[in-house]
Unconditional design. Sequence first.
Length: 180
Amino acid sequence: MWLTIAVTLFFVFNDDVLLYQYGKSVRVNIYDLDRLNGFGRAVLSQFLMVAGALAMSILQSLDREFQWVNYANGLYVGIPAAIIVVILPTWTIRKNIRTEKAQALSAINTEIQLTSTELDNDSLVRLNGLLARRDQLQHTRTWPMDISIFSRFLFYIFIPPLAWLGAAFVEVMLDSFLVG
């Protein structure tokens, strides 16, 4: 089992390094971040592999006892792997998004300072448009994934503990059934 997990993590890590390198050359349009969701989906599928490997580690506890030592190795490998799988391929893209966002905010702030504060219609329309654009940019995400991808990450985090709890519950039920 650990050999399979190690080989899988090796290929996942190679993919992450390639995505990291590719992320350096990707041009970011701060107003169209949805085209970068492919990075988030790739990271999500790799994270799912790590979560699946952690869920498979319940096979180590087939000795009919729920012990911490049966799951410790999975966590020692899984937690660093999950961190690397999420951070490495998205780091350069996130850095590029943050740089573009800062440049766009700086340009808009400069335009706001240069805009007339007169109460005529044209000045008000321009100023309100710039203020709305600045507000939109301030709330723009800096990760290359939308909220649906992020919510799946949260769901996948709970897969291994739920699998472990399910295995422990089955063990307790079988013990009580066989003994009683």
